[in-house]
Design a protein around this ligand. Structure first.
Ligand SMILES: Cc1cc2nc3c(=O)[nH]c(=O)nc-3n(C[C@H](O)[C@H](O)[C@H](O)COP(=O)(O)OP(=O)(O)OC[C@H]3O[C@@H](n4cnc5c(N)ncnc54)[C@H](O)[C@@H]3O)c2cc1C
Length: 377
């Protein structure tokens, strides 16, 4: 009987739980989530873009991988996708790290379609600040439909889901990984053959110094995503201005609104991993919205957005690997903690990177010898 514990029920934890059951034949998989329901944190509070590479013209690998992964995500989660909007990418004339020509060449290299827009759509942009506008094929996902689909699949696969449970790492050794579990009215311990740390911004917090390994190299930022009601002229559109201190507006299906993020104003602060709890940093943060500045600056490029009505700001911790800061790439981290190799830490920079994680996990041996799952009350 083999047992795996997954800590963190976001998109990554839920998907890895399914992978272990379906593809690796692990007998018992226990998914532990501290919130009351799955996909409550960054897997819900994000821009909901199914990336297809356009966003990463300075990182060929990231762009190419997105282009490869997007069709798989679309096939697996079709009911959660929204494509009933016109998605535009524009290149700014000044302060852009790429030119229109470079954007076109990059999309050609990764095989992403970029087509011309009608004069009416082009006229929505300020000609003084915007060099070119293209149609790009991207979709948005509805995080609530995604959650429901995953819940159903987890139940069918027989994954045991424990929500409202906070897990802590007690030890990991040749015998297995011991995890303390608080919440649900009792404290207990679970010993599993393998544990997967899928806590995103809390990866290092969960490990503490007990993993005895090199730091994971994380950088966190408190980010504000503004939800807006767009004016009628923009309601059927997604708009991303490349590639610098600009903005991006996308439908946000889970709320029936649009999200607006701005490279300069969305990140409120940032820090390199220092062992403190990023969730604590977020809950202590005063959360003063920068809605006015986001809309005002975006309106320089897309004048109609000045009429948008701000509805709410969503704050979340965004976590990236420090090694990707230069190229804006968002690759993955899969660390198997030695010397026992029973504990893994997983970070995916974007939703579609889950397929890169599966590919890497396919290379890992998960042989076990444990008896019945060990619960201690
Ligand atoms: C502002 C923002 C915008 C983004 N935009 C996009 C986008 O447009 N497209 C895209 O593809 N990606 C985007 N991303 C990235 C994407 O959201 C993440 O890559 C993805 O959601 C990570 O999933 P996850 O399961 O690892 O993390 P999460 O969904 O955060 O899951 C981690 C889970 O661990 C739980 N947890 C933490 N500690 C414990 C513990 N001790 N015990 C039990 N449970 C615990 C948490 O409650 C949480 O549910 C964005 C991210 C942010 C923050």
């Amino acid at each position: 009987m083999s047992v795996a514990a997954i800590i963190g029920g976001g998109f990554y934890g839920a998907s890895i739980a399914l992978y272990l059951k379906r593809s690796r034949g692990i007998d018992q998989v226990v998914l532990l989530e501290r919130e009351a329901s799955l996909l409550s944190r960054s897997s819900r509070t994000n821009q909901a873009r199914v990336h297809r590479g356009y966003h990463y013209p300075r990182s060929f690998t990231t762009g190419y991988r997105s282009m490869t992964n997007a069709p798989r995500f679309q096939a697996d989660f079709a009911p959660a996708l929204q494509s009933s909007f016109t998605n535009l990418y524009a290149v700014a004339r000044r302060n852009s790290k790429i030119t229109s020509r470079q954007m076109e060449r990059f999309c050609q290299e990764i095989g992403a379609t970029l087509s011309p827009v009608s004069p009416e759509l082009a006229a929505l942009f300020s000609p003084a600040l915007v060099e070119s506008v293209y149609h790009a094929e991207e979709q948005a996902f509805d995080a609530e439909i995604l959650r429901r689909m995953l819940m159903r699949q987890l139940a069918e696969a027989g994954v045991e889901i424990l929500t409202g449970r906070e897990a802590s790492l007690l030890s990991h050794s040749d015998d297995g990984v011991r995890i303390g579990i608080a919440g649900g009215g009792e404290a207990r311990e679970l010993t599993a053959d393998f544990a997967f740390n899928c806590t995103y911004s809390r990866l290092q917090t969960f490990l503490g110094d007990s993993a005895g390994a090199e730091p994971l190299g994380l950088k966190h930022e408190i980010s504000e995503m503004l939800l807006i009601e767009p004016p009628p002229a923009l309601s059927g559109l997604g708009v991303t201005v490349m590639d610098g201190p600009f903005f991006s507006m996308m439908p946000f299906p889970v709320r029936g609104l649009h999200s607006l993020s701005h490279v300069r104003y969305t990140p409120h602060n940032h820090w390199n991993e220092d062992g403190s709890d990023p969730y604590r940093a977020l809950s202590d943060y005063e959360r003063e919205s920068r809605a006015d500045r986001m809309i005002r600056d975006a309106a320089r490029y897309l004048p109609a957005i000045a009429q948008a009505r701000p509805r709410e700001s969503l704050f979340e911790v965004k976590t990236v690997l420090t090694r990707n800061e230069g190229d804006d790439g968002r690759p993955i981290l899969l660390r198997r903690h030695g010397p026992h190799g029973r504990l893994f830490s997983v970070l995916g920079g974007k939703i579609d990177n889950i397929y890169d994680i599966f590919e890497k996990l396919d290379e890992e041996s998960l042989s076990t010898g444990r008896g019945a799952p060990q619960w201690t009350h």
